[in-house]
Design a protein around this ligand. Structure first.
Ligand code: GLC
Ligand code: CA
Length: 549
């Protein structure tokens, strides 16, 4: 028999990442500890209590390696170091130690598709064909026919092959020209990557967010055409990670179509988690149109994953909101609703705005985050979202959404005491730190931040959401999404009304043994439905979380 009070809670251990809440941040813009205008590990360490009070399980740090910083740290010159602007290796170790003490896991960004063009390996590779490092990169003696195709940042990046004077050859770069791709075909490159994983795992990190996965495993072709993909390489990575640390994870960035998901999860031997870009884009289509069906179909299309795998859901990340996978009509609807001006759009496919200015008010933000936390997987929250931070469209490309965290209404929003900041803090207007900051929202009971802390707490009471089975229930309303999550003999029901008008729906829970009673997890309400049929009312953009039984 189970002890009293444990009813509804699973008794078996689940891998930690299946229900994780992951907080993503950039050390550079989070908190400046030494007053030089750049965020650092000592500043971050001082904010761990705050992150603990939010209730997050893990932190994903944007790249923290030595870098010329031309792509916000994604251009790396040393995989075994900490960029000195962010602190020393000692500061990093201290931070890990303190995070560990609070039960928070730390994930690093693993950026191995490319290095910086100032990495010593690339210098050596350029210098001579005899260099041991020549074959660490991808070269072509002839001008590649495909040089203009496949660019990731259209409008900013002109080609994927550039001529290198020193090397007298063309080199491949999927991203910017200062980010030459590593040659994954070369076993020595793969060995080196394994050592990088090994090194950081040994220091105590709990895994990696793997940057640009489809491009890591592709074999570029100078002559053009579809690239060959080496999925077996993901199994290799997984094995390396698992041997070093059993509970460590790989969280992959792969914006791919649903039919390719299985290759990345590789029967549960590939990536542990992937960001669900498909759902992300269709979720915005649903938000823009008030019609829950695009999201419901996207969930259904990405439903089947191996038992050991998991989705990571998110609303916004540090990049543009990429809408490239939507149908043109859907994409136009999202642009029209959330990014009507050209300056809000980027690369012809995305939106470079934070969520709060897109949605416009706290009620909509609460709806969107309630939805996010109810999606059947792990949830990833980006720094500043919990207080509804805004963007600065005067900054270039994706920097618009990478402004300093707003802690107080004091100088620089409490981020730094320096005159000169890595990036200006948002000082004025409705999203300035005067109006939007952590300190103020912690004090105010009806703030977004207090609401978010409470919702994360409630999410922790519902392991069914990430670890159970889930079903979309028919509601006869295309504006309402109803999802039932079951885990052994317990069940949770979440409802979201995408409409700006109230909706009444009927749900039928006769398939669950205890479906006659629903108890709200958000307030005191309950519903009694004879034979498991419940007639429920939802406010405009209303949401409800119920425990069944
Ligand atoms: C990924 C990152 C992005 C970066 C790019 C190149 O897409 O999310 O920020 O610019 O890879 O590393
Ligand atoms: Ca600093």
């Amino acid at each position: 028999m189970r002890p009293k009070g444990s009813e509804g809670m699973p008794s078996q251990m689940e891998p930690w990442y299946r229900n994780a809440v992951i907080y993503s941040l950039s050390v550079e813009t989070f908190m400046d500890g030494n007053g030089d205008g750049i965020g650092d590990f000592s500043g971050l360490r001082d904010r761990l209590d705050y992150l603990e009070s939010l209730g997050v399980d893990a932190l994903w740090l944007a790249p923290t390696y030595p870098t010329p910083n031309r792509d916000d740290g994604y251009d790396i010159t040393d995989y075994y170091g900490i960029d000195e602007r962010l602190g020393s290796s000692g500061d990093f170790a201290e931070f890990l130690f303190e995070a560990d003490g609070r039960g928070m896991r730390v994930l690093l960004d693993l950026v191995v598709n490319h290095t910086s063009d100032r990495h010593p390996w690339f210098f050596s590779a350029q210098s001579s064909e005899e260099s041991d490092y020549r074959d660490w990169y991808v070269w072509s003696r002839k001008r590649p026919r495909a040089a203009r195709s496949g660019v990731v940042f259209p409008g900013v990046q002109g080609s994927t092959w550039s001529y290198d004077q020193k090397a007298r050859s063309w080199y491949f770069h999927r991203f910017y020209d200062f980010e030459p791709d590593l040659n994954m075909e070369n076993p020595r490159v793969r060995d080196e990557i394994h050592r990088v994983l090994s090194y950081w795992l040994r220091l105590g990190v709990a895994g990696f967010r793997v940057d640009a996965v489809p491009f890591i495993i592709e074999k570029p072709r100078p002559e053009g055409g579809a690239a060959e993909l080496h999925f077996e390489y993901l199994r290799e990575l997984r094995e390396v990670v698992q041997w070093r640390r059993g509970d460590a994870i790989l969280l992959g960035e792969a914006n791919v179509v649903p039919r390719d998901d299985e290759h990345y999860f590789a029967d549960g031997d590939g990536l542990h988690l992937m960001f669900n870009f498909w759902v992300n884009q269709h979720l915005f289509a649903s938000l823009a149109t008030g019609d829950a069906r695009p999201l419901a179909s996207a969930l259904a299309a990405t439903r089947k994953i191996p038992a050991r795998a998991q989705w990571a859901y998110f609303l916004r990340n540090h990049d543009e909101l990429d809408l490239g996978r939507l149908q043109p009509r859907e994409r136009e609807a999202v642009f029209g609703r959330f990014a009507p001006e050209a300056t809000m759009q980027l690369y012809g496919r995305g939106i470079r705005r934070r969520l709060a200015p897109m949605l416009g008010d706290q009620r909509r933000l609460e709806f969107a985050y309630s939805l996010l936390f109810s999606l059947p997987g792990a949830a990833v929250l980006r720094y500043g979202e919990e207080i509804g931070m805004g963007d600065n469209l005067r900054l270039r490309e994706r920097d618009a959404i990478r402004t300093p965290m707003q802690w107080t209404n004091g100088r620089n929003g409490g981020f730094s005491t320096s005159e000169q900041l890595i990036r200006p803090a948002i000082g004025k207007g409705p999203y300035g730190f005067d109006a939007i900051n952590v300190e103020e929202q912690l004090r105010r009971p009806d703030s977004l931040l207090r609401w978010m802390i409470e919702l994360i707490r409630i999410r922790k009471e519902c392991p069914e959401i990430g670890a159970g089975e889930w079903h979309i229930l028919p509601t006869r309303s295309r504006q309402v999404l109803a999802v039932l999550y079951t885990l052994r003999d317990s069940a949770v029901l979440c409802l979201h009304n995408f409409d700006e008008t109230p909706r009444e729906i009927t749900v039928d829970l006769k398939m669950t043994s205890s479906g006659e009673r629903l108890r709200s997890l958000l307030d005191q309400q309950a519903s009694h439905g004879p034979a498991g049929r419940h007639r429920l009312r939802l406010e405009p953009l209303g949401y409800e979380w119920y425990r069944v039984g």
